[in-house]
Ligand binder design. Structure first.
Ligand code: NAP
Length: 303
């Protein structure tokens, strides 16, 4: 079965190159004839790992190609994901699988609700990759890919292909817990790192703020039946801060590079769900308002 990878950016490129070199059949889907031409001019996707770079001529096509799609790996940003799937939706075969790599929450649910005949598999990735140039990806951080389907606990039958490709992975019966936990950690760290314009390692200077955010996030997780994701949240936030002390958060990097952030699917989603459940989260709400004002001031979308 052929994999179709929608979005040849950092994470899409990281997955596509590893699958391709393992001999797994796959095709990239690029957004426009111009991007396809750029891609052909680049000669394929380059992956840099441990200082060595190799280019792979992964076949690529446009969304309106008329072959069916049975397995679609969506590797766009959360704010682009639903519209990108819509562009290829007419090609989805009956019972197709849609694999969703997006950070945060909200985009996965929107896609699962809109294409209920497809099996949507959610992925929470802690791998790190960035684009050093167009179609040139650097594998920057080792990590794990947790995969799961909240509606069907049966593991996907193709995990051996990930093994073959050297893509770290584990199937989980509780992918929502992984996604919520990651979202909560992200809500505690990323907005503060943007507003205080600092590396993660400087955040313990704002310990009272971190603690009260973790308290509110814990209340929210418990209200969403995600008590496991709330367990020892503050401790884990502090551990993540320590382990990534020299790094700037992904949201900080987006802002610094003038790129749209995924705010709406991270702290924005946390505040929306808190409101739906009647959970009082004044510190989170204030942080979101401050972050949105900060983004608007820099001409960046606040959603
Ligand atoms: P990225 O580098 O910006 O790549 C996104 C790609 O999606 C771009 O190549 C973009 O195309 C493409 N795209 C957008 N709309 C499209 C459309 N309609 N049709 C085809 N392609 C389309 O983003 P990323 O860093 O890989 O992040 C993807 C998701 O993974 C995000 O939710 C992110 O939070 C999550 N994530 C990333 C990492 C990481 O280390 N990078 C780690 C964990 C999770 P153009 O090139 O034409 O703009």
């Amino acid at each position: 079965m052929t994999w179709h990878v929608l979005g040849a950016g950092s994470l899409g490129g990281l997955w596509a190159t590893r699958l391709f070199r393992a001999g797994v059949p796959l095709r990239l889907i690029l957004r426009s004839p111009q991007r396809l031409e750029d891609y052909h001019n680049a000669g394929g996707l380059a992956l840099s790992e441990t200082g060595k770079s190799c280019r792979y001529p992964v076949p690529a096509e446009l969304p309106d190609t008329n072959t069916p799609i049975e397995r679609l790996l969506v590797a766009c940003k959360a704010y682009d994901a639903e519209a990108a799937v819509a562009e290829v939706a007419s090609r989805l075969a009956a019972g197709a699988e849609i694999l969703l790599l997006q950070n945060g929450l909200g985009s996965q649910q929107a896609i699962a609700e809109r294409w209920p005949d497809s099996r949507c598999i959610f992925i929470s990735s802690t791998e790190g990759a960035y684009r050093q140039d167009d179609f040139g990806i650097v594998h920057a951080g080792q990590g794990q890919n947790w995969l799961g389907d909240p509606l069907n606990l049966e593991p996907a039958p193709w995990l051996a292909e990930l093994e073959q490709a050297g893509i770290p992975h584990a199937w989980t019966d509780d992918i929502m817990s992984k996604l919520w936990r990651k979202l909560a950690i992200n809500c505690a760290i990323n907005p503060l790192s943007v507003l205080h314009d600092c590396r993660n390692g400087a955040l313990p200077a704002h310990r009272e703020q971190l603690s009260s955010l973790c308290d509110e996030l814990g209340d929210l997780l418990r209200a969403c039946q995600q008590a496991d994701a709330a367990f020892d949240l503050e401790d884990e936030v502090l551990k993540v801060i320590e382990a990534t002390a020299n790094n700037y958060s992904s949201m900080h990097q987006d802002v610094r590079n003038g790129r749209r952030t995924e705010v709406s699917f991270l702290i924005g989603q946390a505040c929306r769900v808190a409101q739906q459940h009647g959970v009082v989260t004044p510190r989170l709400a204030t942080l979101l308002e401050q972050l949105q004002a900060f983004l608007e001031l820099r001409g960046l979308p606040a959603d």
